[in-house]
Design a binder for this molecule. Structure first.
Ligand code: PD2
Ligand code: ZN
Length: 291
């Protein structure tokens, strides 16, 4: 008998898609279960998402003793574990995870910053904005580029108690030292502004890369925090994986790239803002100390 997908409806859609495709590719139930646990889901969550039978739990080494075969089992109430309530420790707050993916490793967080923190960042950045620059891959310097039509600024590291608190929260959340983070950047996208798809790492073959790597090595991950959502447009898009994240004040998207290569599937861009303004804070993470 072919096994129909047996997944709990509370399973996040991307995990469902992954489970279905891996099952179709011939991956065993035990391997799927192991992969979910390795990806950070608890055995209880993985059991729930895959609807493991008692027999499977036993076979996969998950504690669920089997009764003697002569004892009939009844159906029982099964309180629904809310997968949406998975959280990551940010030190001064527990941050809910809205979605989690592999290939690329990506998480969407809810409420990483409060409304008041978002507003304070915007107010502090506003008078210091200028046209955003992009990295000049020829020289390792920076240049105005038509691909990036936002305005931006950088805060000094720990410039104010608020910036210091946010950097400490990010370091705890990502388990990556604050000293490996580039300075927090604020960007404002008025209507029509966008950031065409690109990779955040420095292309290994570009002439300017050696210069850029002198400060902290390669970029290995990006955190984009939405400070103000536009009335239309402005999604962060990942064309390789057909993913689009709608900006929502306080939420954030995190993704990492262990290798500076297109196989990281981290091509991403900021779609044009159609109405209203989009504001974000970006934290790029380096391999080592960025000073
Ligand atoms: O504003 C965005 O959505 C966006 C898209 C791509 C930001 C960045 N890249 C970035 O700051 O690197
Ligand atoms: Zn980017």
């Amino acid at each position: 008998m072919s096994r129909k997908a047996q997944f709990d409806p509370a399973t996040p859609p991307d995990v469902q898609t992954w489970l279905v495709s891996q099952t179709a590719a011939g991956c065993s139930r035990q391997a799927l279960f192991g992969a979910l646990c390795e990806a950070g889901w608890t055995p209880a969550q993985a059991c729930l998402m895959m609807r493991l039978s008692s027999h499977e739990k036993n076979a996969f080494g998950v504690a669920d003793a089997m009764p003697h075969p002569s004892i009939t089992q009844s159906s029982v109430p099964q309180p629904q574990l809310m997968l949406e309530s998975v959280r990551v420790d940010g030190g001064d707050r527990q941050v809910p995870v809205l979605q989690m993916r592999t290939a690329p490793d990506l998480m969407e967080f809810e409420g990483l910053l409060s409304d008041a923190e978002c507003e304070a960042l915007i107010q502090a950045a506003q008078p210091r904005l200028s046209r955003s620059l992009t990295v000049d891959v020829q020289t390792g310097g920076h240049e105005i580029h038509p691909d990036r039509s936002s305005q931006g600024m950088f805060f000094e590291r720990a410039e104010t108690p608020l910036i210091a608190a946010i950097e400490t929260r990010i370091a705890k959340l990502l388990q990556w030292p604050a000293a490996h983070g580039e300075n927090l950047q604020i960007l404002r996208y008025p209507p029509g502004a966008q950031y065409l798809p690109h990779y955040d790492y420095f292309g290994p073959d570009q002439p300017g890369t050696a210069e850029l790597l002198k400060r902290g090595g390669q970029r290995v991950a990006t955190l984009i925090i939405y400070l103000c959502e536009p009335e239309g447009g402005g999604a962060t898009v990942f064309p390789d994986i057909d993913l689009s994240i709608a900006p929502k004040r306080g939420n954030a998207v995190f993704f990492s790239y262990a290798a500076p290569d297109a196989s990281s599937l981290t091509l991403h861009g900021g779609a044009p803002v159609i109405a209203g303004e989009k504001w974000i804070a970006t934290k790029w993470l380096r391999q080592s100390v960025f000073d």
